[in-house]
Design a protein around this ligand. Structure first.
Ligand code: NDP
Ligand code: OXD
Length: 306
């Protein structure tokens, strides 16, 4: 079995070693233009040329959870796409979102400013019930985040495409449930995949439906958010602030208003990193399962877009 590795911005050697150890029968190499046809590919942001030169791949194994970049390429209709499901990302997302939420809710920035000013003083304790948290996307990552936040006794709501039941979470689904979900949410967490349906989903008319003093945590994709609309709603006071891990243009360009905005915290697309060892083990397991003709978790429905 032949496996090709084609991952932009990724050091290949440790992946090749790990995959070779997990799949000793496989012949694994880094893709070069003109390379012979492989059976499987391990990819992140491959060029179109790679797809065009490898039309008979049995599967593209994406070393990330989101496949929006991959699905922008022209793929042969029969080409199977498999993504990471969890592989150590869900716990990272849960800690990142919990941190952002609690930092905002407990006003830790204000306490830090007081500390730096040498001042000992109390702020009025916020009421947890005034901060309902709405998680958009109840998949592998969103469900873990919703369950984790519920452990801190926040009211938690979740929204997905199909109806879902999650213990401790009030769930909504589809276009018909979206308005009610937004109206009941104050802290909006985005964990949707980027698809034609979800592109620009956080924009003026949707964010304006959140409870006053809303807070936005975007950990999915930058193109979910209309950045100018968020800035305007913060300026107008409806939105109190945001924690943003992903941006329309990455790296965030110099001079972008998010860099120095007092009510916005940014991180460089790091809320849930691909963990190499966990990912190698998962991808090797999926390739072995596909070789045996078995179904695998994380199989992408390319028509649906996630
Ligand atoms: P999943 O595919 O497991 O979950 C997606 C969820 O979104 C599902 O609940 C799905 O609903 C819901 N959904 C999809 N489309 C719609 C829609 N139109 N309306 C309402 N709900 C919808 O994905 P993951 O949880 O694994 O990952 C989510 C995203 O997180 C990734 O696509 C990626 O963009 C992002 N990500 C970001 C990272 C970072 O470091 N910032 C790291 C990893 C991922 P249903 O359950 O009905 O199918
Ligand atoms: C992913 C990501 O999709 O890193 O895995 O954003």
């Amino acid at each position: 079995m032949k496996i090709t590795f084609c991952c932009t911005d990724t050091k290949a050697e440790p992946w090749l070693q790990g995959l070779a150890a997990a799949l000793p029968q496989a012949d694994i190499s880094v893709w070069q233009p003109g390379a012979p046809q492989s059976d499987y590919a391990v990819v992140w942001a491959p060029p179109q040329q790679f797809i065009d030169e490898q039309p008979a791949l049995r599967a593209l194994c994406n070393i990330g959870a989101g496949v929006d970049g991959l699905l922008r390429l022209r793929l042969p209709p029969s080409m199977r796409v498999v993504r990471l499901d969890d592989a150590g990302m869900a716990v990272q997302m849960a800690e990142y979102v919990s941190h952002a939420l609690i930092r905002h809710f407990r006003e830790l920035d204000q306490y830090e400013a007081q500390m730096r000013a040498g001042r000992w003083g109390y702020l009025k304790p916020p009421r947890r019930q005034d901060f309902p948290v709405g998680v958009m996307g109840l998949g592998v990552l969103g469900e873990r985040v919703a369950r984790t936040v519920a452990q801190f006794d926040f009211p938690v709501l979740g929204w997905s495409r199909s109806p879902k039941a999650v213990a401790g979470v009030r769930t909504y689904s589809g276009a018909e449930g979206f308005g009610e979900f937004l109206a009941a949410t104050r802290v909006l967490v985005n964990l949707l995949p980027l698809t034609p349906e979800t592109h620009g989903i956080m924009r003026r008319d949707t964010l304006a439906r959140l409870k006053p003093g809303a807070y936005v945590i975007n950990v999915a994709r930058g193109a979910h958010l209309v950045e100018e609309d968020l800035l305007a709603l913060i300026e107008e006071g409806h939105v109190a602030g945001a924690t943003l891990d992903v941006f329309r243009t990455e790296p965030l360009p110099a001079g972008h208003p998010f860099w120095n905005h007092p009510k916005i915290t940014i991180t460089p697309h790091t809320s849930a990193r691909t963990l190499r060892d966990e990912s190698i083990a998962q991808i090797a397991g999926k390739i072995a399962a596909m070789e045996r003709g078995e179904a695998v978790a994380g199989a992408v429905d390319t028509a649906r877009g996630y």
